[in-house]
Design a protein around this ligand. Structure first.
Ligand SMILES: Nc1ncnc2c1ncn2[C@@H]1O[C@H](COP(=O)(O)OP(=O)(O)OP(=O)(O)O)[C@@H](O)[C@H]1O
Length: 259
């Protein structure tokens, strides 16, 4: 059984004067514990597909199932990490990380302990009573990840979570997020524009073409790279081979769009 099944998705946005087909006949599956990336030119429908998988947007045609159940019934099993951390500035770090549990009426001692342990695992012990403005951008993103993981979601959606960070922080956070998700055996989907990031973090990469958004090609990241941390994967000898293959494919897609 596949963990996530996306079947025959077609979606068109209608505005007053126009209709834009964002996705056409997209089908894919993701296995339990797998880390996949959605990569492709701007406007190829990555965010639309993420919203559909999350059950936030109903597709015109097609179905999404998580563990064989339609996503409308499984929304609570999905966690998000976004480009912005969306921490509440007037709440302490502890209040922020416990917010998801509070909203879902799960504020039990064992779950609180789990969240505080996660904070420690992320190297953030001691910041519990501080406020978001007292932390750096990288620390805030780590807090956002703790808040997401605290509710123990089955599927994580990572929508360009590192794109607002400086390069060094981004590399460090890629390692931390990857190690944490692997250690918990979490299934994750990363949306990114960064080919290197997709290769370094993923088991498989779904490459989309645009106008309308279609699944163009699926790349399986070589085992040698998957066994490395994202940082070390970038300097592995096979890294440049897969990077060049994806780069060429992306370049041909952009060329086809411009002709
Ligand atoms: N709410 C909306 N109303 C109308 N058109 C939309 C809407 N949201 C997205 N679109 C259009 O649908 C297409 C796919 O958009 P989407 O944001 O899913 O792509 P994307 O691959 O995530 O883009 P980017 O990489 O730039 O974030 C684009 O042509 C976009 O202009």
């Amino acid at each position: 059984m596949d963990f996530l099944t996306v079947h025959g998705i077609h979606h068109t946005y209608f505005t007053k004067n126009s209709a834009t087909t964002a996705l056409s006949d997209v089908s894919l599956t993701v296995g339990e514990g797998e880390f996949v990336s959605f990569l492709g030119p701007s406007g190829c429908g990555k965010t639309t597909l993420l919203s559909i998988i999350a059950g936030l947007l109903k597709p015109a045609i097609g179905t999404v199932a998580l563990e064989d159940k339609k996503v409308e019934t499984t929304r609570q099993s999905i966690g998000y990490m976004l480009q912005q951390d969306y921490l509440f500035p007037w709440k302490t770090i502890e209040e922020n990380i416990l917010l998801g549990l509070k909203i879902s009426h799960q504020l039990e001692p064992v779950k609180i302990k789990y969240a505080l342990n996660l904070l420690e695992k992320m190297g953030l012990k001691g910041v519990e009573l501080q406020y978001p403005k007292q932390l750096s951008g990288g620390m805030r993103q780590r807090v956002a990840l703790v808040r997401t993981l605290a509710t123990e979601p089955k599927l994580l959606m990572l929508d360009e979570p590192f794109s607002a960070l400086d390069y060094q922080t981004k590399l460090k956070l890629e390692d931390l997020v990857s190690n944490t998700l692997k250690s918990f055996g979490k299934t994750a989907i990363l949306v990114t524009h960064d080919i290197g990031e997709a290769i370094a973090m993923s088991d498989r990469i779904f490459l989309f073409s645009s106008s309308p958004g279609k699944l163009h090609k699926v790349f399986t990241v070589p085992k040698e790279l998957r066994e490395e941390t994202p940082f070390n994967a970038r300097s592995h000898e096979v890294y440049s081979t897969i990077f060049n293959s994806i780069w060429k494919e992306l370049d041909s897609l952009e060329h086809a769009n411009n002709c």
